[in-house]
Design a protein around this ligand. Structure first.
Ligand SMILES: NC(=O)c1ccc[n+]([C@@H]2O[C@H](COP(=O)([O-])OP(=O)(O)OC[C@H]3O[C@@H](n4cnc5c(N)ncnc54)[C@H](OP(=O)(O)O)[C@@H]3O)[C@@H](O)[C@H]2O)c1
Length: 431
């Protein structure tokens, strides 16, 4: 990009136009201290970029294509050029490609695809590499900043993006000087799962006030704070809820799926306990009648420490189990349906336990509460920097300039397969 290359490098860029991509890349690589910088330039300063695109709905392995395009060095007023450092593949990204997600992408020909297309991916960490006219003057974005999309639907499975209305479309996380303690993977995964867990623990039931009241009533006990119960506890959201809950003095009952072997299940249980979970049970244990009849009674001191909040990631029988465990006037917040099964809203408990059923959708919450979203993200990033919050494990998929389309498509397709050691995370190298 001419904006960041000196005259010599610009000349190299022009002569590199006819070279194979890998040769051009070698001749243009420049060292920088914090993150390796990449220059993939075509003639006249056009940035060469690649994006996974789809033009119709279907399974990712069938409908995604790797599309190469060029981005002009003359940026429009208010726009910035960013390069992607990391982008996770969340379940909703797959559902978006399948056409089953509530938010539908806009299909356009802006990237020069033969048919109108969209780029999947909602989360990512980007570095600002060039500013269009008027952006520097706002003082909100500068070259070298790490940024994340301010809303969902950004399209993050791409090496670069030209971002219009940049000061609104992007949230600045840090500048080049204040990145210490943060990695691209942490920044790329902060805005959806941790933010959802945070809001669901805080916005439906005041568990902290409940804890304070309980301590005031019996200051002599060391029982712990208010309970919440969640299924899908090993998900990114579940792990975030465990950690935030523990930081806020809450106790959690966490339901996980059994692994292939008892040893693997025990290892997962230990991992979640180490994160701050109070109790971890398998789905089989949770759905066994003995759990509600005995274990739950003892954990809640026969209902005197009631479970007022249940978080439902799974649906089906597991959700019905959460309903069974809620105390009168308790609330269940549904935010995912990983089992793809719905669950009955049982009439008796609704009436006689006066239960409340809520749905949480971060996309809409973020539109309604932009300032609070920014504050929530900043708080979580602060916890990460202090070493008090750990990002969920990921399976890194390196995205280099020469990475084959098949590898990238499979990384997206694999997201819903379950029993993974972590969710897929594109980590961008030489692109
Ligand atoms: N509503 C919102 O605003 C919002 C925000 C964030 C996430 N979500 C939703 O929350 C869910 C989790 O997202 P994530 O990114 O945290 O997921 P993730 O980290 O990719 O983890 C997926 C989780 O789903 C579990 N799972 C997969 N198939 C399952 C099945 N058939 N039955 C029971 N559990 C199953 C997995 O269990 P194992 O660990 O046993 O493999 C894993 O714990 C998704 O449905 C996502 O769309 C919603």
């Amino acid at each position: 990009m001419s904006a960041v290359l000196g005259p010599r490098a610009a000349a190299m860029r022009l002569t590199s136009a006819s070279l194979r991509p890998s040769t051009a890349r070698l001749s243009l690589r420049l060292p920088l201290p914090l993150t390796p910088r990449r220059y993939k330039s075509g003639p006249y300063g056009y940035t060469q970029a690649k994006a996974l695109v789809f033009s119709h709905y279907g399974e990712p392995s069938d409908v995604l294509h790797l599309h190469q395009h060029s981005i002009s060095p003359s940026l429009p007023p208010g726009a910035v050029l960013v390069r992607t450092l990391a982008a996770p593949v969340n379940p909703s990204d797959v559902n978006t490609v399948q056409g089953t997600y509530a938010a539908k992408p806009t299909f356009t020909t802006l990237l020069g695809t033969p048919a109108p297309s969209a780029v999947p991916g909602n989360e990512g960490c980007f570095e600002v590499v060039a500013l269009g006219p008027g952006v520097a003057e706002t003082g909100t974005l500068a070259r070298g900043d790490w940024v994340i999309p301010s809303t969902t639907g950004f399209g993050t499975f791409r090496t670069h993006a030209l971002v219009d209305n940049a000061t609104k479309s992007l949230l600045r996380v840090c500048d080049a000087a204040s990145r210490a303690g943060l990695t691209p993977a942490q920044v790329a995964t902060v805005s959806v799962n941790p933010c959802s867990a945070y809001r669901m623990l805080r916005d439906y039931v005041d568990l902290i006030a409940q804890s304070v009241a309980a301590f005031a009533a019996r200051p002599d006990t060391t029982g712990g704070g208010a309970w919440f119960l969640q299924n899908g506890a090993n998900s990114g959201v579940g792990r975030a809820a465990i950690q935030l809950g523990a930081l806020w003095g809450l106790r959690s009952i966490n339901v996980i799926r059994e692994r292939d072997t008892p040893a693997a299940t025990a290892a997962l249980r230990d991992e979640l306990l180490a994160l701050g979970a109070t109790v971890v049970v398998t789905e089989a244990e949770f759905l066994n009648r003995e759990f509600a009849a005995s274990t739950l009674k003892s954990l809640t001191r026969d209902g005197r420490d009631p479970i007022m909040l249940g978080l439902n990631c799974v649906g089906g029988k597991s959700a019905a189990g959460v309903v069974r465990c809620l105390a009168p006037k308790g609330t269940m917040v549904t935010y995912g349906g990983m089992s793809r099964q719905s669950f009955p809203f049982p009439t008796g408990p609704q009436i006689f336990k006066r239960l409340r059923f809520e749905g949480f959708w971060l996309s809409e919450w973020s539109k309604e509460n932009p300032a609070e979203k920014r504050r929530t993200i900043e708080e979580i990033l602060g916890l990460i920097k202090l070493g008090k919050f750990k990002e969920a494990p990921v399976e890194e998929v390196r995205w280099e300039w020469d990475t084959e389309e098949k590898v990238l498509k499979e990384a997206v397709q694999g997201t819903l397969q379950g029993f993974r050691s972590g969710k897929g995370l594109f980590v961008f190298g030489e692109t």
